[in-house]
Design a protein around this ligand. Sequence first.
Ligand code: NAD
Length: 310
Amino acid sequence: MPKYKVVITARSFGESSDEPFNILKGNDCEVVKIPADRPLSAEELIPLVKDADALIVGNDKVTEDVINAGKKLKVISRYGVGYDNVDLNAAKKKGIVVTNTPNANNNSVADLVIGLMLVLARNLLAVDRIVKSGGWKRIMGTEIYGKTLGIIGLGKIGKGVAKRAKGFDMNVLCYDVYQDLKFAEEYGITYCSFEELLKQSDIVTIHVPLAPETKGLIGERELGMMKPTAFLINTSRGGIVDESALYNALANKKIAGAALDVMEQEPPINSPLLQLDNVVITSHIGGYTCEAITNMGIVAAKNVVLVLNK
Ligand code: NAD
């Protein structure tokens, strides 16, 4: 009988490769993968965690109650980067290690940002709809080549976007609480104030984590500073952009368009943003590629094994 029980609620864990499962099974772990079509609530997690030694979670709500219910729990392995869904203080109090999978999906998210920039600038979704409904009308787009890109949060994903943007000869501005001057010099990137970035950029892309300091970071005031021709892209977390302020800015053409991979509520049932033509919404697919799913699974499994074998 295996020594440890690992409960997995991360929906796409092992979807693209068996290797993550094999790592766990080869290290004395019984693996229980919970079938779910959305992140689980705390109430749903509590019965699952009771006799688990380890939990591998996606965006499921790992609250203090969940952590207290895990009597044998030693590690919460977050399958992904942001851990705003895990109560870190509660885990710390109980000596439970919380890990994540940085570097595993940053290329996938950075690729998506470039895709969304082109979708917005060339009206790709609207043109596709016209053609499929029998039309052949053209919508004039704008180039992204040589434009100014503002990156809020020059961490792993922000840097990936910056490197790709340099392939389009973009003028890259960034704002971050920490400055990596070596990277900025190597790639010709300029650090500036938050306000300067908003005022000067043709495209603003958000890559800060969701935290008390970043909740509502982009609201009415910030959207009001952006150019009327500018686009906003958020692939980071819902809640960083104030969605009602964004709705007003888009409906009143204060900015030209937005692309959101993340929303305050996912799925965004009844969000008025769904009614607008100048916003593109994807279903939190930033890290959902074959490569990222394999990488995240392997790292999340290895993190569990490292803690259990400590
Ligand atoms: P990272 O930690 O490497 O980078 C975050 C950067 O934000 C850091 O440079 C940090 O200094 C900066 N920062 C933090 N707080 C700030 C603040 N208040 N003001 C300005 N800068 C601040 O993280 P990463 O790997 O680049 O990921 C960024 C975020 O992307 C994650 O937190 C996660 O929420 C999100 N993400 C989304 C998807 C998706 O599927 N859409 C996938 C992966 C990650």
